[in-house]
Design a protein around this ligand. Sequence first.
Ligand SMILES: NC(=O)c1ccc[n+]([C@@H]2O[C@H](COP(=O)([O-])OP(=O)(O)OC[C@H]3O[C@@H](n4cnc5c(N)ncnc54)[C@H](OP(=O)(O)O)[C@@H]3O)[C@@H](O)[C@H]2O)c1
Length: 466
Amino acid sequence: MKYTLNEQIVVDRPIADCFAYLKDFATIEQWDPGVYRSRKLTPGIPKAGTEYEILLKLPANKQAPMLYTQLAIDEPHQLVLQGVGDNFGALDTISFKAITAGSTMIDYRAELDLDWLSPSFAWTVKPLLNRLGKKAANGLKQALTTPSKPTGRTLKDSISDRLILPAALSFGKRGYLSLSRKSHSTRMDGKVVAITGPTAGLGLAAACELARLGATLLLIGRDEQKLNSAAKEIQDFSGCPDEALRIISADLSSLGATADAAKQILKEQPHLDILINNAGALFAEREDTEEGFERALAVNFLAPVLLSKLLQPVFEKDSRIINVVSGGLYFQGLNINDLQFRDENYDGSKAYARAKRALLYLSRDFAETATGCYHTMHPGWAATPGVAKSLPAFNKALQNYMRDSRMGADTIVWLATAPELDGYTAQQLWFDRHPHTSDVLPGTKSSLAELQWLKNWTATTLAQYE
Ligand SMILES: NC(=O)c1ccc[n+]([C@@H]2O[C@H](COP(=O)([O-])OP(=O)(O)OC[C@H]3O[C@@H](n4cnc5c(N)ncnc54)[C@H](OP(=O)(O)O)[C@@H]3O)[C@@H](O)[C@H]2O)c1
């Protein structure tokens, strides 16, 4: 049986934006609710011949793979793709027409080839196909439409945060998959983003997506070889040019090296639109860095605070500074009497969670006193090299439940790009694009006196590196 679906939408976006978003067909996972996952198989800029693997959602959590090939790209007017699956084929033609400078009509035509279906059964399948087509078209319209403001704190989130267990259940991929918006369609051409920890996990996934959106990236890491292979992966994913990626070497467990990285950025960069303090680590054993700081505190707290402080001259009032913390902070308050775990028996998870809580507090302090818009987020539980190494048992037990890196990185990219956050200064702990409370368990919220102590200690400690 052959059947043609045809949907038209009008969106308030320039034709170039719409075309750029759909030119990489792998973005289909962000807008078509019928798609579980999509991947560009051919490295570099999409062109005729580029292949994509698309996993369609089937009932009972099953998936069906399809291989799509880009047949033609006529910029910015038309894209033609051919999809082949088991007993299923599609020829998709996506046409773009500018209505005004800021609005575009998109015509999506999918000619379906359902070999296995006899025409006498067509009446059973057509309504379902029509419904799927409409859902996809609505998803695409939503992906290219900017909400007027970010979601506020919902009663459901507040209750589940307080009950902890329901909130924790959403830390896995289920939470991400239930999001009503998953798209990243705001162009970032001309924007400069510095990101720490771009060589693996969430940092690499965020860097890939930001490069696809056109940003220039300063990749800050400690291992030049890993940075170079991350740069290659980012280019394969996004097709970005060489000049969109710059490498800055710094081991962030050293505050001296962190300060040198900041100085290099200040020398080379007249302004910075976004800083993503993503690098982080959880250690099994207590160890001091060469500069004498407990290393989890150094990497997860002192380095991002120092970087945010030293980069002040290149921030403008709308620059965004995104601090990646962890849901682990829900279980730990600060211990200002032993911030560096010198007295208490070392527990890597506690040290990590306390350092992340300290970063949350200092991020709020920056928001009040420094230039830029400061945001903190936690990514839920994502299967990354870091989790596999530092929490092997947790990683093994929750393998089927955890998110992948792009799911964990989604809120980082959203905080970096969402136009609805322009000028947004309220202090939230973001998770899955929603604001959440940061203090749930008794004893985890610090007093004003403790916060003041933390501020003073941090200022004194970092002064020698400024
Ligand atoms: N994955 C999760 O479920 C989860 C949950 C809560 C919070 N987080 C937070 O999310 C962020 C990313 O985590 P991830 O899971 O993607 O971790 P990951 O896979 O271990 O990646 C961490 C990145 O940070 C870099 N890094 C670590 N120590 C560094 C140092 N001393 N100097 C410079 N770079 C350093 C790593 O560089 P190398 O490649 O050189 O090691 C890597 O690029 C972290 O802040 C983490 O605490 C993750």
